[in-house]
Design a protein around this ligand. Sequence first.
Ligand code: FAD
Length: 445
Amino acid sequence: MTTKTFHARRLPNHGAQSGWTALLPPRTPTPALDGGINADVVIIGAGFAGLAAAVRLSELDPNLSVAIIDADLVGNGASGRNSGFLIDLPHDIASGNFGVDAAAQNRDEILVARTAIQLYARLAQENGWDKDIFDPSGKYSVAMTESGTKHLEEYSSQLKSMGEPNQLLGETETQELTGTRSFKSGLFTPGAVMVQPAAMVRAIADLFQGSIRLFERTPALSIEASSSGCVVKTPKGTVKAGRVVLATNGHAESFGFGRGELLHVFTYAALTEPFAPSSLGGSRKWGATPAAPMGTTIRRINGVDSDRLLVRSRYTYNPNIEAGGGTMRRAGALLDRKFADRFPDHRHLKMQYRWAGAMALTRNSVPLFGQVEKGIFAACACNGIGGTKSTSAGIATAELLLGHQSALGKVFSAFDEPQALPPRPFTAVGARVNLAYREWHAGRE
Ligand SMILES: Cc1cc2nc3c(=O)[nH]c(=O)nc-3n(C[C@H](O)[C@H](O)[C@H](O)COP(=O)(O)OP(=O)(O)OC[C@H]3O[C@@H](n4cnc5c(N)ncnc54)[C@H](O)[C@@H]3O)c2cc1C
């Protein structure tokens, strides 16, 4: 019997705590794995992908024993530190001469996104999550420039041609929403959901009991795969399981999967100190993505008697899957400028929390999905829109493992393999130039 061993060459280091986690009450983590256990399936990674895989596995077979391990605490990974937009529509509507293919591609992207949103909507309803965790409020896109406005208008008419409801906002309406004169126009799409990401992933993790066991602060150090199953080794224990779900995002590559195919990109966020709600007009709760894809996201979050603003911007290429101090400082300065440009009357507000988070992209924008080695299934690399795509990758992986047929499974099984990136020095230069160009192109947006 041959055994193949995949060692984790690198473990995640998520960096500074996110503002989302900092705002939550303390939580007692589940204990780290100590000793040897058996499970039908072991899931490595408790972000959107891993948690969704666990939920779907237990829905399909409540008797299946599932162990889920994460190197860190639930909520500390990208899934707990993002901007909290669960977006139901493609960023870019496919079009062009291949009308049928384009329509099918748009439909598939929407199916992937809405399947994820439906899972969370169901959990929200079953478990009485309030709107501070999961708010099906829809979302805005806002434009600061004429070209941004033009982009929103074009996007709006593309959505209309697909039968997707949306509403353009003029300058006055956008200012009434945001309380600032910086935005010239907006677009509302009703199907998106705004979440408190750290609260939501914690809420899911806290549902697990019985046949699903979660072990936090339990890094997988190696995976041994043989015809009799898999063994995952952790610092103080082992999990023997029939199958492994790798839900580690870019850290798939740390085990040698997707090597030379994953582009490790970081993005950055900051949350202001609290301010008196009356000091800024507009609605007290809204979220807006930028009119240009590589632009700046803004959210206003309302507390009981104070509000905060979140700003997210900047993309950097970090092949070692860590953002160092210098990168954080430069990103922080940029975020401050973006914030001041949008809220000049509130530029005095200090950023109380600043953080970064990792995303894994592929050259052809497909996930690293499916069986990557006998018994090992990947649900990784969701190209920066993991709120929905990682979630659905987790659902589709669970269905694949249990032989459950679904429309979602068809979409995932039809994805191409990730394309190889050019050799690393070329990738590094290419990625940095490309990100810089696209950020420049986004301009003030
Ligand atoms: C600042 C920011 C804003 C964003 N905003 C949005 C947004 O608004 N909407 C959206 O859709 N997406 C957004 N994203 C992207 C989104 O957060 C990610 O795509 C998504 O979280 C990926 O989920 P995942 O489950 O695939 O991976 P992750 O959340 O990265 O989870 C992987 C988990 O694997 C664990 N892990 C890794 N290696 C090991 C190991 N060896 N052993 C055990 N555990 C391991 C990690 O600790 C981690 O918890 C944003 C990202 C950032 C950083």
